[in-house]
Design a protein around this ligand. Structure first.
Ligand SMILES: [Zn+2]
Ligand SMILES: [Zn+2]
Length: 674
């Protein structure tokens, strides 16, 4: 196994994973990287080092999600981040804002030939926020340790030496020299000669062993060594960048991040006689799809419920080219012993293998709904994305504007993949609270939409302002924030040590006029500065959205007589303990809240990974209502069975249609076998 696997992941920009036995090296992390790893069951090795060729948002938007995954899988220790200058500024913004702070708690960043940002492991400040869930007090706050060290010139460890070539636009190409790897011991040969443990010990101590009158050298028992090889990762923006390239010994392949378009670049390809992998020239194949399982399920559901689920088309294209074009998600194995070329391996996970049960139903083509407001679920999972569900994001579509209720990583792509969303219309983004699964997706909206408005907790403001500054966003972008009693915005900027504090503010009143809606929010019981929202539309209809919360009176009051209550239901009732300790709700608690609020219809979302296929309801029906409740079982059962919709990614419907989607969501429960 002493090989180097090259795995390409194509998202907004090409990302590259080099895998050795125990270490992974990742080059660029676009938004959706975390989801992609989950969709195709790709695991990075125990230790992961991350390199950026470029600090443009499209190259880095997935980094916090990836760090969260590494943290979640307990693989974060020892992870470091390397890249062009500016990296440290970006990461201190992430860290101070608490967004991703937990995952980058003990992480360090290194700009090649620039600054270093090294954090003290688990300092008091973050310990308090994340483990005690206490909001830090202003005085006595410990600031981050910032250590200036000598600038880093290159990276080296037991497997590789990585030398940056810094180009003039602050983009970096990397020369990767793999070190000689000793061939692994062949157990077959050991067994063939029936070596005892003592003899094995002798063999490795003396590098040879005598058996009978024959002397066997250690090399006899080993696979051939993998010799030093060179790989180039090129991020060429300007032809002049090419003149800086140094060729390592035994150059095996060149991975091109950008398409070679100019004559000079194409000549370079002709001149350098190695394998060229054009990472940005995508060959569409059955493995290149993002969110394959979700698309497969949606296509099936579209045939049954054309009004409620979109369909996705596949246009696979194979082009013949003398260079190796990007094959998404394929492994390229770099052979030992200078054998030319690559062995390509298809990925193991294929989207289309989902087991689904037939639904015997066909929607009638006649629709009698009058509402002009459409509600679509773009993400229905909690914490991290999985094969079936993305993290929180709900679209509320009005005549000429849109509202997003939370905006987890990948929300932009969920909208973009349907090809029917106008990204230049007015978009209002509501963020319920500071946790990453509800807000990491905003960077793509900042970058790609020309008319963005935010309504967010005060704590979010410094981070958003830093992002606007860092990405040099020039178009219309207005922020409205929910003030926090304990201190004002200036103090918030000070706490988060924000470099830039200027932004375009908009008042709630103006927002309401602009979007022609009435907005009300209340504190909910989840973390500091967590809010639930109610929207009253001009046609008299209304929705409320809990965000993450324990069941709470304020939200029930806010939702009185609402048409649609969207409530989180992270757990089933048997896991109420978890719900209490993590400040989430169970299905039973959400149903009870809806009954108490007299909500006409309840939609459940934000399901724990345990219930990624079906949502948390199926189990619930067997368990029935186990929580202490003032509501009698009959009322409860009736509400659950006739007024409760279980959300699935891409489910959409008009506001007055949702009461009739209860049956559909019961079909969905049967659709995928757990
Ligand atoms: Zn959440
Ligand atoms: Zn949360």
């Amino acid at each position: 196994m002493a090989k180097c696997h090259i795995q390409l992941v194509k998202l907004a920009k090409p990302c590259i994973i080099l895998n050795f036995d125990l270490k992974s090296y990742v080059f660029n992390v676009s938004e959706g990287f975390q989801r992609y790893l989950s969709d195709y069951s790709i695991k990075t090795k125990m230790s992961t080092q991350i390199f950026f060729t470029n600090l443009n948002a499209t190259y880095i938007n997935g980094i916090i999600g990836l760090l969260l995954t590494l943290n979640f899988d307990k693989q974060i220790d020892g992870t470091k981040i390397y890249g062009p200058s500016g990296l440290c500024q970006l990461f201190s913004a992430f860290r101070y804002s608490e967004i991703g702070g937990k995952s980058i708690n003990s992480l360090s960043c290194h700009e090649f030939q620039g600054k270093n940002l090294i954090y003290q492991k688990k300092d008091q400040y973050y310990q308090e926020i994340f483990e005690g869930n206490i909001y830090p007090v202003l005085n006595g706050l410990k600031l981050v340790k910032y250590e200036e060290q000598e600038s880093l010139q290159m990276y080296t460890d037991e497997y590789v030496e990585i030398v940056p070539i810094i180009h003039k636009n602050n983009n970096i190409s990397y020369i990767i020299k793999t070190k000689k790897i000793k061939g692994s011991v062949s157990t077959e040969k050991l067994q063939l000669l029936k070596l005892t443990n003592i003899q094995k010990k002798e063999l490795f101590q003396n590098h040879q062993i005598q058996l009978g009158d024959q002397i066997y050298p250690e090399a006899y028992f080993r696979e051939p060594d993998v010799e030093e090889q060179g790989i180039l990762v090129l991020d060429i923006i300007d032809d002049l960048d090419l003149s800086q390239i140094d060729f390592p010994n035994n150059l095996r392949c060149i991975l091109h991040i950008n398409d070679p378009k100019t004559e000079i670049y194409l000549n370079f390809l002709n001149k350098v006689n190695v394998d060229h992998i054009l990472c940005n020239q995508e060959v569409q194949n059955e493995y290149s799809d993002s969110i394959p399982k979700t698309k497969f399920i949606c296509n099936y559901l579209n045939s049954k419920y054309p009004f409620n689920f979109p369909s996705f088309s596949n246009n696979y294209s194979i082009q013949n080219n003398r260079y190796i074009q990007f094959q998404a998600n394929y492994h390229y194995i770099l052979h030992p012993l200078n054998k030319r070329g690559f062995q390509m391996m298809a990925p193991q996970m294929i989207g289309q293998t989902s087991q689904i049960k037939e639904i015997n139903y066909q929607q009638t083509p006649i629709r009698q709904y009058k509402s002009e407001i459409l509600l679509q679920f773009l993400g229905t999972a909690s914490m991290r994305p999985n094969k079936y569900r993305n993290v929180s994001g709900i679209l509320v579509k009005q005549f000429n504007s849109a509202i997003l209720l939370d905006c987890g990583e990948g929300t932009f792509h969920q909208l973009q993949s349907q090809n029917n969303f106008d990204f230049n219309q007015k978009i209002l983004i509501w963020i319920s609270h500071v946790h990453c699964d509800h807000n990491l997706g905003i960077a793509s909206f900042l970058q790609n939409c020309s008319n963005v408005y935010f309504l967010v907790p005060q704590i979010m403001i410094p981070w958003i302002v830093q992002l606007i500054e860092f990405y040099q966003i020039k178009h219309t972008c207005y922020l409205c924030y929910i003030p926090f009693d304990n201190y004002n915005l200036e103090q918030e900027f000070a706490i988060q040590n924000a470099k830039v504090q200027k932004f375009n503010e908009i008042k709630l009143q103006q927002l309401q006029e602009l979007f022609n809606i009435q907005l009300e929010y209340v504190n909910v019981d989840h973390c500091p500065q967590a809010y639930g929202l109610r929207i009253n539309f001009r046609d008299g209809s209304s929705i409320s959205y809990s965000g993450d919360t324990r069941p709470c009176q304020q939200f029930i009051q806010l939702s009185k007589n609402v048409d649609l209550m969207i409530h989180e239901a992270t757990f089933t009732d048997d896991l109420q303990k978890n719900a209490i300790s993590r400040k989430h709700s169970t299905v039973g608690e959400a149903v009870e809240s809806a009954i108490l609020a007299n909500a006409k219809t309840l939609i459940l979302t934000h399901f724990s990974q345990r219930y990624c296929r079906t949502g948390s309801c199926q189990q619930q029906k067997i368990e029935s209502n186990q929580i202490q409740s003032t509501i009698n079982n009959e009322t409860y059962e009736q509400y659950l069975n006739t007024k409760t919709v279980i959300a699935l990614d891409f489910l959409s419907g008009l506001l007055d249609e949702y009461p009739n989607l209860v049956e559909l969501s019961q079909h969905l429960q049967q659709l995928i076998e757990s």
